[in-house]
Design a protein around this ligand. Structure first.
Ligand SMILES: [Zn+2]
Length: 202
């Protein structure tokens, strides 16, 4: 429906939405990157790399199996064995990654949590919930995409696999450390970000 209504200028609309979606995350990234000159912690490095993975995922430029076929390579999903590895499968139609997503987000997304990539991106872009939940949603989405993509690559290179519970735990740990590193000032609307994260994930 949306496609036919905006057929003439769909492409610019989509690009604009994606750019602003990604741009809205930069506020988090910039604050962390600006302190890289001092000493980059493991979590800050994770945060920086995760924004790159997210950008590639949003643009559908990750080298997933469907894209590798163009180069004559066969790649099934390394997380569950599904024959057709696509971005939509990895985030989060794959049973492994969906369980990681469910565990990592706790009650943040409520019963509207879905394995559908587009529905998830749309919700994160346009949902008008409270500000802290929106920030947490964007952050955990970025972290989940990064950690799942990293786990997929680890398996591709024949290294040890991580069970879904452990991957979700790693996402939670990274979230806590990044929230801590943001150091919101007293009185800021986001001052209670960590408290809210504990509420939805405990
Ligand atoms: Zn899978």
């Amino acid at each position: 429906m949306l496609l036919s209504r905006f057929k003439g200028n769909l492409y610019p609309l989509v690009i604009e939405a994606q750019t602003s979606f990604y741009g809205s995350m930069l506020s988090v990234n910039i604050r962390v990157i600006s302190r890289r000159a001092e000493r980059e912690s493991r979590y800050e490095a994770d945060e920086r790399r995760s924004s790159g993975a997210l950008w590639f995922a949003i643009k559908n430029r990750l080298s997933t199996g469907d894209r590798m076929r163009v180069w004559g390579l066969q790649q099934e999903c390394l997380l569950c064995g599904e024959k057709d590895e696509t971005r939509y499968h990895l985030f989060f139609a794959c049973p492994y990654s969906f369980m990681v997503w469910v565990r990592a987000t706790g009650s943040l997304l409520g019963n509207r949590i879905t394995p559908d990539w587009q529905d998830t991106v749309t919700r994160i872009q346009y949902d008008r919930g409270n500000k802290m939940d929106m920030v947490l949603m964007r952050m955990v989405f970025q972290m989940a995409v990064y950690h799942i993509w990293r786990e997929r690559n680890t398996r591709r290179h024949g290294k040890a696999w991580i069970p879904m519970e452990k991957l979700a735990y790693q996402i939670d740990k990274t979230m806590r450390n990044i929230i801590l590193s943001l150091r919101y000032s007293y009185g800021s609307k986001l001052e209670g970000l960590m408290r809210r994260w504990f509420e939805v994930t405990s």
